[in-house]
Ligand binder design. Structure first.
Ligand code: GLN
Length: 535
């Protein structure tokens, strides 16, 4: 097993996760088996309790782990299947060290960052090395070099590389080379300083990936090379992509990143076959059709808050040869200005997941607008719950219908707490999380889209369709098209007579890949394209 460590310098949000994922694509295309994991130096045990305003969306794995959104990139760009072991936070490391201390594992000793915390990090890496069925394990280290909380991780990696021996570990540093307009030139100093910080703690990166808005010229590369002690051919550029993030592997391949990596790790592999990836990117850039899709959410200040949702939409649309004009609509704006000025002329309405009362009536109105105007609708998790509330209020006559999450006193809680959930209990990792089976009703839109009778999808919710209102809603015309067989929980609803109105309690977006779009997103994209052609 070979190890690649990806660190980041100068600033955050350089796209380290994307770079790690794109390297994964390239190595897989060269026939290597690749694993990907992430270290996050924050003290939360997992990001499940954080707002999307902190680090973007919370990405949910099959096993129910709530993880950093970079794991979403890993799963979309490669065939790796991730588990909770693939996202290690400082919170988990300290939790384990403290548990061992109480148990007496370190009896007689002073428990310290070095060696106890670093040993815990190394042991996770060793464990992955033993259990992961792959040739290369790529580990991304969250944060930026120079962060105090990242130091134990970097120190652990330095020791690990020393112990593993030359040729087994490779350090890649992703850094920023800014263009200063006033001087009309690229600046290498921030990169020099961030590499100096790494070298100060004993890590010499072997490859530098320079993020830049402009091409990094030979002279700048030379300068970076000599100041950072990295051969000039290992100083490569990663410019901002023009159209889609799926261009990144192609760009890094042109810079010979995969070749450099193989040389450093003494690996031999056939050349990368990227033809189908190139074709896929081509389709994304030059679609034949267009559709306007409104995504009605509330965490709109952060582009990454709905990362998997928007990616899944682009995957599906490109498979339908359709370019998406995505309108990110603030649900609170709908509350202020009404649906018409914001939703008129759209070909599809998507309401993603969410928590808390803010914007809820705006989302309910969006579902009503889609139903009444026969606009394709895709509801995800909270997006299903608002569709059910809307249907209950406006079609089934349950005027005060609501979710008990937002109105605990509602006389008509069509959405209520799941059995076994407790609003006053611990908040971390206590929702209904991860993969559960769902039986599809034959003849439903969902069943046609999936083409099978039973599916498994990832979940993240505390509230659920309330079965005590089920017959009222079904009599009023709501179709229950998917249920969890063991607990008789409603997982999917549809509105017959509408061109395409499908809403699910689970999160299909976590399973979509650029080359394998998710069936529900595909069905939605197809319906939106049809709507655009015959509005
Ligand atoms: N807040 C809702 C619940 O807990 C929906 C969650 C979500 O959209 N992920 O059930």
């Amino acid at each position: 097993m070979k190890y690649i460590f990806i660190t980041g310098g100068v600033i955050s949000s350089l796209g380290k996760g994307l770079t790690a994922a794109a390297l994964g694509t390239l190595l897989e295309r060269r026939g290597l088996r690749v694993g990907l994991m992430k270290f996050d130096p924050y003290l939360n045990v997992d990001p499940g309790t954080m707002s999307p305003y902190q680090h973007g969306e919370v990405y949910v794995l099959e096993d129910g782990a709530e993880t950093d959104l970079d794991l979403g990139h890993y799963e979309r760009f490669t065939s790796c299947r991730l588990t909770r072991r693939h996202n290690l936070t400082a919170g988990q490391v300290y939790e384990e060290v403290l548990r061992k201390e109480r148990r007496g594992d370190y009896l007689g000793k002073t428990v310290q960052v070095i060696p106890h915390v670093t040993e815990e990090i190394k042991s996770r890496l060793r464990l992955m090395g033993q259990n992961e069925d792959c040739d290369v394990l790529i580990t991304e280290i969250g944060g930026t070099t120079g962060d105090i909380e990242g130091l134990p991780f970097l120190e652990a990696l330095r020791q690990f590389a020393l112990e593993t021996g030359a040729g087994h570990c490779l350090f890649i540093h992703v850094t920023l080379v800014p263009f200063i307009k006033a001087a009309g030139e690229l600046k290498s100093k921030p990169t020099q300083q961030s590499v100096a910080k790494l070298r100060e703690i004993g890590i010499q990166p072997q490859i530098l990936i320079c993020r830049s808005e402009h091409p990094v010229d030979r002279e700048t590369r030379q300068k970076i090379s000599s100041f950072c002690n990295v051969p000039v051919e290992a100083v490569i550029e990663e410019q901002d992509v023009k159209h889609t993030i799926y261009e990144v592997p192609l760009m890094l391949h042109r810079e010979r990143l995969d070749e450099l990596v193989l040389t450093h790790l003494h690996l031999k592999a056939p050349p990368a076959d990227l033809r189908d990836w190139e074709q896929m990117v081509g389709r994304m850039i030059h679609p034949k059709h267009r559709a306007r899709i409104a995504m009605v959410g509330k965490y709109l200040g952060v582009p990454d808050a709905y990362k998997s949702v928007t990616e899944a939409l682009f995957h599906a649309a490109s498979a339908e040869d359709t370019g998406v004009e995505l309108l990110r609509i603030d649900a609170e704006e709908i509350e202020k200005r009404g649906t018409d000025p914001l939703l008129e002329g759209v070909d599809g309405i998507l309401v993603p997941g969410g928590f808390g009362e803010r914007g809820i009536e705006g989302k309910i109105s969006a579902a009503r607008y889609a139903r009444e105007n026969k606009i394709p609708y895709l509801g995800l998790c909270l997006g299903m719950q608002v569709a059910v509330i809307e249907f209950a209020r406006d079609v089934a006559g349950l005027k005060r219908a609501h979710s008990s999450e937002f109105d605990p006193k509602t006389p008509e809680p069509v959405i209520s707490l799941l059995p076994g959930q407790d609003v006053n209990g611990d908040k971390g990792a206590t929702m209904r999380l991860g993969n559960y089976a769902c039986q599809l009703a034959s003849g439903s839109l969902a069943q046609k889209a999936y083409g099978v009778a039973e599916i498994r999808e990832r979940h993240r919710h505390r509230y659920e369709f309330n079965n005590s209102h089920r017959s009222t809603l079904e009599k009023a015309g709501l179709r229950i098209s998917g249920t969890y067989p063991k607990g008789d929980l409603v997982e999917l609803v549809e509105i017959p007579g509408h061109p395409w109105f499908v809403a699910c309690q689970f999160h299909p977006e976590f399973r979509s890949k650029p080359d394998v779009p998710h069936p529900l997103f595909r069905g939605f994209a197809q319906a939106a394209r049809t709507h655009a052609q015959n509005p």
